[in-house]
Design a protein around this ligand. Structure first.
Ligand SMILES: *[C@@H]1O[C@H](CO)[C@@H](O)[C@H](O)[C@H]1NC(C)=O
Ligand SMILES: *[C@@H]1O[C@H](CO)[C@@H](O)[C@H](O)[C@H]1NC(C)=O
Ligand SMILES: *[C@@H]1O[C@H](CO)[C@@H](O)[C@H](O)[C@H]1NC(C)=O
Ligand SMILES: *[C@@H]1O[C@H](CO)[C@@H](O)[C@H](O)[C@H]1NC(C)=O
Ligand SMILES: *[C@@H]1O[C@H](CO)[C@@H](O)[C@H](O)[C@H]1NC(C)=O
Length: 276
């Protein structure tokens, strides 16, 4: 499904046609939208972001790269390939230097369905060793929002604990909320993976508070979220039962390893920084 050629094309498109109207989102707006969505306090007790954390994706409407503003509704296809991570106001996070590494996750808090989320939280991605992207002129700006700085992982440091699994929720399981979060990485993980402290590989029923304690993490410094509307689920979907929806499983793993390695290879070949 994801060939290197396809990924290369996507990466090129991301560079070639930036968002027409990307805008900065303040940390207070992130905070408020997490409350409005019910994620705080139902899924995480609190979110007090010190930075604005963004993902970029490719719009299905016009093929342009777009900035994920919190609460945006994406299609399965749009959500399948985040093309960039970036951050603003990094200076407001405590203890951050230009050498600081970060970890990023993606989870579905409404798996398998919004009204009966027995797998909450379902982890779709977890990787560390992200840093600010730099080139010979200094810190590299986002391709989508020029005031944001790009986050990247060098290929020789890219060891995702959970390979990226494209969101693919079943039809008629309501509106799923997918959360991306950014944490500063404790320095011990600069040389070892999260398995070194006994982190469980299981992706279902991921307990975030237990995990933070296990890894010795502070609170997330930034987070954002998007939704995928799969249709009716006891009124939780915004539309009636949909027949056009192509989702087939909560977390298809078929293309996972291809995705991550393919993207890294494509990015390297293109001379771009790896976006994961
Ligand atoms: C910290 O955040 C505020 C907005 O909340 C912003 O005005 C200020 O520039 C930020 N400081 C840094 C160092 O980014
Ligand atoms: C470094 O990245 C910036 C974008 O942030 C770009 O404008 C600049 O041309 C790049 N410099 C080099 C030497 O590639
Ligand atoms: C970070 O990269 C090093 C290799 O430089 C690797 O040993 C370590 O497992 C990585 N840590 C994480 C959290 O991915
Ligand atoms: C998550 O872990 C914490 C701390 O171990 C525990 O108190 C809490 O009940 C757990 N939550 C769930 C939903 O299992
Ligand atoms: C949607 O499907 C469920 C069963 O999957 C059914 O009970 C419900 O009546 C359907 N709603 C509509 C609007 O078709």
């Amino acid at each position: 499904m994801f060939s290197s050629v396809g990924l290369a094309a996507l990466a090129l498109a991301a560079v070639a046609s930036a968002d027409d109207n990307a805008r900065s989102v303040g940390t207070l707006e992130f905070k408020n939208l997490f409350v409005e969505s019910g994620i705080v306090p139902n899924v995480i007790a609190a979110l007090d972001p010190s930075v604005s954390f963004y993902a970029g994706y490719r719009s299905a409407a016009d093929g342009h790269s777009e900035l994920l503003v919190p609460g945006a509704s994406l299609t399965v296809s749009e959500a399948s390939l985040p093309i960039e991570f970036s951050v603003e106001n990094l200076g407001n996070a405590t203890g951050v230097t230009q050498q600081t590494r970060y970890l990023i996750y993606l989870l579905d808090t409404d798996a398998p369905s919004r009204d009966n989320p027995t797998s909450r939280n379902l982890r779709h991605y977890l990787a560390g060793n992200y840093t600010l992207a730099t080139n010979s002129s200094g810190i590299v700006a986002s391709d989508i929002l020029p005031t944001a700085s790009r986050l990247t992982v060098a290929a020789n440091r890219f060891f995702p604990f959970t390979q990226f699994t494209p969101p693919n929720p079943q039809p008629n399981t309501g509106v799923h909320r997918f959360i991306y979060a950014l944490y500063t990485q404790p320095s011990r993980f600069d040389t070892v993976g999260f398995e070194s402290v006994g982190m469980d590989r299981a992706t279902q029923n991921w307990n975030l508070s237990q995990w933070r304690t296990q890894l010795g993490l502070g609170p997330a410094i930034g987070a954002t979220f998007f939704t995928i509307d799969t249709g009716a689920n006891n009124g939780q979907g915004t539309s009636a039962n949909r027949t056009d929806f192509t989702g087939t499983s909560g977390a298809s793993t078929a293309s996972v390893s291809l995705f991550a390695s393919g993207l890294t290879v494509a990015a390297t070949v293109l001379g771009l920084m790896a976006v994961f």
